[in-house]
Design a protein around this ligand. Structure first.
Ligand SMILES: [Zn+2]
Ligand SMILES: [Zn+2]
Length: 305
């Protein structure tokens, strides 16, 4: 399973309909948050994405992206959580999070492991690798590329039978890509019985950024790009000034990267009620599947084959 739940899709200020940044990602046994703006814990309750987090990935430390972690971790502690929680983020993750999470408060019921990441240094999680990439924002900021591990190739029972391999544990060995020895001593290699390994899914989250090459490289051929689009064409100068992207620029980035799907998020309050101009402007640049996220949007990403 690879499911994304958009918990907050507003930039800078919450509105009646949109909370500050937060994205829940559920993948196999792991449950992640990407950013945790104020009010994220209520959004998790509202949309049922679950408190059973294994890690939080921060893109940067503007207040609208992390303040929600303070109260949320307190709640997890009150609920008696014991499992450690990993937190990843760029500088100054350690200094800043240690200051707000632990100083002057009762200790939490669980360990928080803060990992300050450098762009390009991959983070291994169960079944996937997360790589932070350097984006262009007013302060140190990264986007996150999530690459699911490859899966074994398709197994062909008819070919296994034709090769004289009896149904049973030997099939499993072949499926895992191992050469097997039959009871009679003959050796059968997995090639010809099992197809080549299948690629996993790739999801890229831009975080707050001007359009940049690093995002294009990280999102090359991705199944999904979640890109910020704080502004529309009318606010192009403002986008440059505040180091954000317009919807059109997000569309260009998605096209340059050749992604399969684009979801726009992090909207200025002026597009809260009607994001249709943003959708139209991005669609002029990007011909693929595209939508503007709303709070509560759930996406299930199917396997590529
Ligand atoms: Zn922001
Ligand atoms: Zn920001």
């Amino acid at each position: 399973m690879l499911r994304l739940t958009f918990l907050g899709t507003s930039a800078a200020m919450p509105t009646l309909h949109r909370n500050l940044s937060g994205l829940a990602v559920r993948h196999g046994r792991e449950s992640y948050l990407v950013d945790c703006g104020e009010g994220t814990q209520r959004q998790i309750i509202r949309y049922g994405s679950g408190f059973d987090l294994t890690a939080i990935f921060f893109t940067h430390f503007h207040a609208d992206h992390y303040i929600g972690a303070i109260g949320f971790l307190r709640t997890l502690s009150m609920l008696g959580r014991e499992a450690p929680l990993d937190i990843y983020g760029p500088k100054p993750a350690r200094k800043l999070l240690q200051g707000i999470l632990f100083v002057g408060t009762d200790p939490l019921s669980f360990d928080v492991r803060i990992h300050e990441v450098e762009p390009g240094e991959p983070v291994r999680r169960d079944g996937a690798t997360f790589t932070p990439f350097p984006v262009v924002h007013r302060i140190a900021a990264v986007g996150w590329q999530m690459c699911e591990d490859e899966r074994p190739g398709r197994f062909h029972p008819d070919r296994a039978r034709a090769a004289g391999v009896p149904e049973g544990p030997l099939w499993g060995e072949l499926q895992r890509g191992r050469t097997v020895t039959l009871p009679g001593g003959r050796v059968v290699a997995p090639e010809g019985v099992v197809d080549g390994r299948r690629r996993g899914r790739t999801v890229v989250v831009s975080g707050d950024t001007r359009p940049c090459d690093a995002t294009v490289v990280a999102a090359r051929g991705a199944d999904l790009l979640v890109h910020e689009c704080t502004f529309g064409d009318a606010e192009q100068a403002r986008a440059v000034e505040t180091t954000h992207s317009t919807a059109r620029e997000a569309g260009r980035t998605a096209r340059a990267a050749g992604v399969s799907r684009l979801v726009l998020t992090h909207l200025s309050t002026r597009y809260d009620a009607d994001p249709s101009p943003l959708l139209a402007q991005a669609a002029e640049e990007y011909p693929g599947a595209i939508e503007v996220a709303r709070d509560g949007l759930v996406l299930e990403l199917p396997l590529p084959d």
